[in-house]
Design a protein around this ligand. Sequence first.
Ligand code: PMP
Length: 423
Amino acid sequence: KREDVVYFGAGPAGLPTDVLTTAASALLNYQETGLGVAEHSHRSTLAADIVNTMKADLAEFLEIPPSHDVLIMQGGGSGQFDATVYNSVLVWVETQRQKIVRANPSINEEDLIKQLQQKVQSDLRLDYLVTGSWSLKANQEAVRLLGPTHVNVATDSRKLNDGKFGKIADESTWQLSDKPAMIYLCENETVDGVEWPSFPKTLESRASDDQTLVVGDFSSTILSRRIPFDQFSIVYFGAQKNLGLPGITVVVIKKSLLSILSQGKPDLARKIGLPVPPTILDYAVAAKNNSLYNTLSIFDVFVAGQVLKKLLATFPDKVRGQEALSGKKAALLYGVLDSYPEVYKVVPDESVRSRMNLCFRVTKGGNVDEAERAFIRGATERGLLGLKGHRSVGGIRVSNYNVVDEAGAQKLATYLKDFATSP
Ligand code: PMP
């Protein structure tokens, strides 16, 4: 039975049962209309209400400032690996074009293209802070779209740790480009259990003049951590971990960038040999159409909206409340893991341990594979599910998202103790 299970899956994550009960009934008959919420047109006022309410509640819970807009997109976090590249390149091209035209208002198109092409060769760089598997994937996608000369790895955590992720290099060692078009980081690395302890000092105010876009992937920590939006040009996250169902991806973007993008000239980008965003990944198009350029899953937006309503009702101090609770649950679990060093070994360095995805190995008895199989077996018997580590790294992973309440975390803590002390 659902009540007997605590689910620690990394994504899709569990969802609150009362939200699913409401969603199930809305799927059949939404507000006595005789049609389900997924059947109504995405162009109806009813759909627009669902989208607008969800956006407003998200802005309230996360304290998104009026300088930023909320877009709801498709294609998942992986789609954003591309969207962030395409859109940053377009912002960069438009900014360079404006500079050239300001210096020489009567320049003809041929000369403009020549000058831009030179600029692309000498200056266009996208910088990535590679701290785990997801920032690495984003970085690889940028290389796929732009080629290696335009993509710079400013830091790669694997160099510190025998080729494995698990640390973050001191900022003084980073090799940022001179004026990168973008600096990209993944706030919480879901596979490797690595989380940025705080916003990097080196990046403070880098986003302020829109010359460099500071991009953050918050997919696996969303709604559980305050975000310094003033330091980010773009923050994005798939819904399926902390917010709702797979299928929608939220992008929080500075309005000033949308305005540059709306003047942007994809044609020109193409003429100078740069990739042009597909329409569905173009942030300006999404913004102009209130995220309804094409058919959006209004059901997914509805579910996310219900999760937000519940969180707003539960936490009077909004994301701060959820952040404190996440910290408390993580401290409980790491506390138990650290008390049995012969049995558990947390994978990442203590300085960057994730509060959201706790990754560890079970070393009891010396045979790790066998110990981990026994650990999972015992957990399953107690209804503690979704604990297997990502297939690329193995081990155990506890995803401590907001659907896991204190009682659920306590159940796991008790099991961790019992497993460690059993003969
Ligand atoms: N970024 C992070 C931090 C993730 O955890 C994931 C998915 N686990 C992704 C990006 C990719 O998201 P999607 O599966 O929605 O493409």
